[in-house]
Ligand binder design. Sequence first.
Ligand SMILES: [Zn+2]
Length: 262
Amino acid sequence: MTVSSALSPARLDRFARHIVLPEIGGAGQVALAGKHIAMIGLGGIGSPALQYLAASGIGRFSLVDDDVVDASNLQRQTIFSSRDVGHGKAVSARRWLANFDDEIDAEISDKRIDPRNAHGLIASADLVLDGTDNFATRLAVSDACVTAGVPLLSAAVGRFQGQVGAFAGHNPDHACYRCFVGDAFDAEDCDTCAEDGMLGAMAGWAGSFAAMQAVRVLLSGVSAFGDPQWGKIHILDGMKPGMRTLSIAKDPACKGCGPSTA
Ligand SMILES: [Zn+2]
């Protein structure tokens, strides 16, 4: 199958700057069109990430957030405008997506994600991008990804710091997010962003970097840019500014992905 038989002339035009890159190419663009990302959290990370992921030509999104747009979100949550204040984030995100590109498929959930419903929300995705702001949710999402065999791109931001890491904990050789943070935070459920503050553009950096890493995961085995970098956590320092990278080893005793859970 050639790229011109898989993508319409309008789509070839829209994604021309990707297709001309040898590291993405026609094969990469066709692959992205067939991918499905579950976006968990549509806030400071999810908003800019959704913009770049939708712009990159990914064909299908699940948009999951139980929150409502607040005026104080607009300083960093770039898909929302003053008109969205008081409306659900998931439905507002779908509206943004429909205006941006009406060829993208989207389903939404405005239920809070928890260990009981997580599997159903993520199991059909090629990749989960978790940008939620509390550990209890993040660990529930991670455990569901391991069980469902879906890779997880986990991204967080606060103040002037961000972190983005890719996990394939369902694979016996790779760590999951729980291997990284441990079990101590299962009960924690606080919005540190409200307490600590955050530079708006810092959320943009972390979110757009998460989108870039998501494309890397999705193109694994397809084109040269595909390199999932499993178990690597990239730490973004907005004060310096600079980046450093940590490697996370699989924890054999991990409750999420250890041998006892298999
Ligand atoms: Zn683990």
